[in-house]
Design a protein around this ligand. Structure first.
Ligand code: SF4
Ligand code: SF4
Length: 88
């Protein structure tokens, strides 16, 4: 019963809703120091949210990333983790 009231409150309050969405969402984060810039992550991302920057390391676009985890599964160096985005 309490759980249903919490959901109802989320829908009524846009601030709470945004906080809840931010808490649920995960984004890909690359450990740049260990990335070997192979580009495998870039090839499998359905959102175009990760790319190799100047042949050096992969970078992600938090606004595009949907947290599907495909890049992390594909990464041969296992340097991608899915983390909650940081609020600035
Ligand atoms: S988690 Fe999914 S959407 Fe995000 S960068 Fe990786 S493949 Fe792309
Ligand atoms: S798949 Fe892994 S090692 Fe290759 S570019 Fe992406 S993050 Fe770097």
């Amino acid at each position: 019963m309490f759980w249903h009231l919490q959901v109802l409150n989320l829908y009524r309050n846009p601030v709470l809703m945004r906080q809840w969405v931010m808490k649920q969402k995960k984004c890909a984060v690359v450990n740049r120091e260990l990335c070997v810039a192979c580009g495998s992550c870039q090839k499998v991302c359905p959102m175009g949210a990760i790319r190799v920057y100047k042949g050096l390391y992969a970078i992600t676009d938090g606004a595009r990333c949907i947290g599907c985890g495909r890049c992390a599964k594909e990464c041969p160096a296992s340097v991608i983790s899915l983390e909650a985005p940081r609020e600035n």
